[in-house]
Design a protein around this ligand. Sequence first.
Ligand SMILES: CC(C)(COP(=O)(O)OP(=O)(O)OC[C@H]1O[C@@H](n2cnc3c(N)ncnc32)[C@H](O)[C@@H]1OP(=O)(O)O)[C@@H](O)C(=O)NCCC(=O)NCCS
Length: 178
Amino acid sequence: MGEGDFAGGRTALSAPAGCHAVSGIELLPAGLVHAELLAGMHAVCFAEPWSAASMADVLAMTGAQGLIAVGDGDGPPGPAGLVLWRAVLDESEILTIAVLPPWRRRGLGERLLGAAMIAAAEAGASSIFLEAAADNGPALALYGRCQFQQIGLRKGYYGGIDAVVMRRGLDATAIPTA
Ligand SMILES: CC(C)(COP(=O)(O)OP(=O)(O)OC[C@H]1O[C@@H](n2cnc3c(N)ncnc32)[C@H](O)[C@@H]1OP(=O)(O)O)[C@@H](O)C(=O)NCCC(=O)NCCS
């Protein structure tokens, strides 16, 4: 993820330019009406998926927001990925992020993460946290590339696998441009 200027004119849902040219993808706000769709995508990407009811509960939390990536053209049409985050006061957290297999390694995960960081910063957060299983190489590689740093380890948190707790600051100069 490149460094850039956090220009004031962007909307919370504008997509940052990543290092990849991921084209033919729109990022749309996720709402309660999308709970089934989000759960369906989650089930494709995680061994322990969240139900539609869980998705609705998550989206109903104070400060929770989400984006759904929709492909249109340069790849399979339809849903391509999702990110859900929560921003409360000056802290924020990535709740889940996933890219459907046909869309992986095209920069979409980075774009979703960047868009969530921009929105969280615009909501007033000065830092963002997330957790990943210690054996989730793709996720850890993505987060490292996006300048997250490990701040803790929850031993055995994911059924015996450690959870890596990560954080990065959301200072204005470190978020990618839209
Ligand atoms: C993790 C995930 C979201 C990454 O999405 P993605 O769209 O493939 O990621 P990107 O294309 O934006 O990758 C950006 C960078 O992250 C790193 N990265 C991503 N996937 C990687 C992989 N499989 N192996 C090594 N590095 C990887 C690379 O540095 C990559 O840049 P590069 O392609 O120029 O080398 C995706 O693999 C996924 O949905 N996994 C299943 C769900 C999941 O584990 N979510 C995270 C839970 S904590």
